[in-house]
Design a protein around this ligand. Sequence first.
Ligand code: HSE
Length: 441
Amino acid sequence: MQQVNIGMIGGGTVGSGVVHHLQHNGTLMASRLGVGLKLAKVAVKAFDEPRPYDIPRALMTTDWKEVVHDPAIQVIVELVGGTGLAKDMVVTALKLGKPVITANKALLSAHGEELFNAAKAGGTNLYYEASVAGGIPIIKAIREAFVGNRFTHLYGIVNGTCNYILSRMKQEGADFADVLADAQKQGYAETPPDLDIDGFDAKHKTGILASLAHGFWVDPKRIYVEGIRHISKLDMQFAEQLGYTIKLLGIVKRAEGKRPKAENGSRIQVSVYPALIPNAHVLASVNGVFNAVFVRGDVVGDTLFYGRGAGKDATASAVLSDLADAALDLVHGSHGRVPPFVPHERAGTVVPIGEVVSRYYVRLSVIDRPGVIAKIAAILGAAKIGIASIIQPEGHEGGSVPLTLMIHDAPNATMQKALAKIARLPVVKAPPVMIRVESFA
Ligand code: HSE
């Protein structure tokens, strides 16, 4: 049986997971693939850094160049993370014509096109199943299984930390800060937590999915991002009363409205923000650290992918899948069979959030006095924004009371402008809270 020699850079959580599962399932994989997978070297930060699974000492080195430049090593797995040194590692390997497997969403988001070009120039391939939603095979699904579809809608719960925090806030009626602190204590959230809770990790992943689905590499600067820091237990409770759950969603949708004359490609919305989603929608039941990606194709219709989006085992599973593809491509000389990314829609555009049309949940803190609703309704009416419902829950005593409004479809810019006017009314006592509502139409 032919054998492919693998070199890995990064021996932390995911890296040691790959080592462990290759040791346990390597023979099974070889019998399925007809190719043996041999781990030849692992570059680590330090020999004795804490890791969930042991890595044999004989495989370890602290010099990544020793791995990449070893002529016997045919495939490189990059599990270092970040956009600095990791980029050098990936580009060096690709220039040497060695296929690279990466889980690095930040690197792909920032430098995707450059890396794919480097792979092409090196006559090799770049595999990145592990970069989005861990163990869920969503890259393969979009790129291969759904190749005959146009993608109209894609919604992802792609950050386990945020989903864990929001799930607990809902289940326990708890505040964001308390759940975050506990999640950090238990190791479910990183310290500092910013990359996750401010939506940047979800932005990287959503950008990768959008790029693949729509055929142009999405500039991360064009992706609108809102995290979950501002979600309060009060809004969770009101959402629940209205029949909704709040989830951090990565959203990729074909944009509505007319295409400006200067543009001739497809126009898409690519955003990450917390949204109220109907309890009856299947994504509302995705709880805890789990991820899910909902994909609507014009041929296949609605599909849903669910699983663990992070961690030593689920992410290792995605790396093993890429290892299998890389090994088969090497052995059969077929690296171009499934190119990593094909820019087939160069003229595509991401529409600015201001033009995106959505529904909204708005919570105001107002003085409980006659005429208040009339003033608010007048501003919304003048902006041609329709109110779907208004609730002023009873039992709130004090200087101000909450007033929640569900708002019909309106462009984000129009809504923001109207809210700014409402915020200036003397009867409004705190900055308005606005959360978009996603109905999956
Ligand atoms: N920190 C990510 C999450 C996992 O919470 O889902 C790695 O992308």
